[in-house]
Design a protein around this ligand. Sequence first.
Ligand code: SF4
Length: 274
Amino acid sequence: MQPISFRKSGVNVTDLSSQLWCEKQLEFSLYLGKEKTKEMIQGEKIHEDLQKEVVDIIEVSPLTFHDFLALKLINMNEAINILLSQGLIREIPVLGKINKIFIKGMIDELIIKENKIMLLDTKTRHSDSMPSKEQVISAEFQLTLYKFLLDNLKKGNFNYIHFMKYYNLRYNHQISDEFSKELNLEDKNIMSLAKKTFLRFKELPEISDDLVLRYRYKDNIIKEHNFIFNQEKFIEIYNFIEEYWLEKRPALRTQDLWKCNHCEFKQRCYNEES
Ligand code: SF4
């Protein structure tokens, strides 16, 4: 099975950034699945609590594939509304296509500062220590990728036509009656919703090249790591990462053997290699 066939609705930003940690580990998680650890569940809860500080989360019931896509578009639209009116939004869905891969993800936080948008990513730690250099490299790439996707949405390089094409949508596809009623939608046409939503990205102010990784332990921020977007470096790393998804090369094992001590696939990986 091709790796891309595990991600029919789009490769996750986190899939791509995890390749910088260990590509072979990502491959095992694609083919065998990955158990959620206690730490991951705690991290999700912290992100949800942070989101609730700026928005009211409303549970809704999409019924069809088109409803799920509509929900993604509505969430994007709403995120832009809140960002422009309050200057801050958390958990913003973004998507796009880079070279041959369709990518989707969720930006942790956008802030408007001095009329520029700043991207922030929050990493939850299990102690008050700072992460390893390798963890920071992977996190920097993740945030850089979000910035690249958001830039492309703002510039219209990824627009409703690309969205329609990727999801095989026709001009007459509709959101279900039940879901549009639940959300009080006047227009049930998915193309018109996509068209309106993607145009909204043009309303955003300039997106800053300053990126911020924020490390938290429980309720405290341990440290903020600031760095500058470097497009040339990003493209170089991205092209290398993409080769795996296009099956131009097999998954590579990390050279940092200490990482294997934290890997749930260690036994299988070492057996396969010997
Ligand atoms: S055991 Fe090591 S090399 Fe193998 S998948 Fe895990 S981290 Fe990667």
